[in-house]
Design a protein around this ligand. Sequence first.
Ligand SMILES: Cc1ncc(COP(=O)(O)O)c(C=O)c1O
Length: 404
Amino acid sequence: MTLSLIGRSLKQSATLKLNETAAILKAKGEPIIHLGGGEPKGKAPLDAITRAAAMLNSAEVRYSPPDGTVEAKQAVIRYTEEHYGIRPRPENVIVSVGAKQALFFAMQAILNPQDEVLFPSPYWVSYKEMAKMIGAVGISVEAEDGGFHPTMKDLTAKVGSQTKAIIINSPNNPTGVMYTAEFIAEIVEFCRNKGIYLIMDDIYHRLLFDNKKTISVFNYAKFDDDSKVIVINGVSKLYAMTGFRVGWAIANPKVIEVMTNIQAHTNSAPSPLLQAAAAGALNGIQSSVESLKQTLENNRNVMYDRLKAFEGVRLTKPDGTFYMFVDFRAYEKDSVKLATLLLDKVRVAVMPGIEFGMEGYVRMSYNTTTKEILQGIERIKWALDPNAPNELYIGERKLVRDWV
Ligand SMILES: Cc1ncc(COP(=O)(O)O)c(C=O)c1O
């Protein structure tokens, strides 16, 4: 069978694959603890459901305009004014099928084949693959100190004549680290001087802990019709609405126009039903975001404290999101081997760090119950520690360790 060069070069989405494997094992009755997941466990806000239910009950669900419904765009405009301190015009906004598609369309709108797009490492699994899909090149930027926060020096060292855009995701998937305001200010300035697009992937922007405050890129960037800042956001993570598939982009009108043409010729637009739900969430009572944040902060503390007591394991405390990127090199340097061992032997799902561009680490999600976090870490410890007793009970099941 002949397949395209680009098609063949694409990697499977490791995160979605892990979810699928864990779900299959769970359905078979396996005692899976899923510390790999990338979605909140709670329910979508009531305001989202009532708004979508009202439209569904009308039995009139038709094509949306290709840049999104007026209602959804207005909700995004209001949200942006509240959280970013600028008021975009409707021609600055496109509503798309998740932040994922908004990001992909933005990249399609601005990148030519061979153009380079940079992003700090570790990075979200889709950036590189999206670049590949349009013939562009995704380049990760490692911090010189081996940590999770690159410096401007690290970044500028990778900028060349082909560099067209930089993607920043803060707080970051997979590390939970929030980039400093100074760094954001510097990068804005740098991109402006070089004429490079700056894409802010803000999908976790309000999931911050320790009273940290969201940093709006527009504290530093001018927002006018020549602006090369593109903000990507969506309802998936903050509102537990991953399955609704609604995200958006804020950008200059020319970029939005091209993105709208791309959307018009591909998916037409997200379903108006789901855009109504998103508008309901954005305009509605925000208490669910607050309580999600509190739960996550508590869970982060539980996971952090437990892992800290785990000899050999090295940690960076996340500022936000629902992920922790944990260094297990003292036990296993190959993260795929480690994740496979943990799933096969003790039924704990974690994401191999290599998928995010950093070997020897795994991404652990604390977006679950504290009970699962404690049990999960207990099982991992048992699986890796040669001094642990040889047997472990998971419910009625007796496990015997025969691998370390
Ligand atoms: C960093 C990052 N950006 C974008 C997305 C996509 O979100 P959405 O569900 O809105 O497509 C995700 C989802 O995992 C993410 O982690």
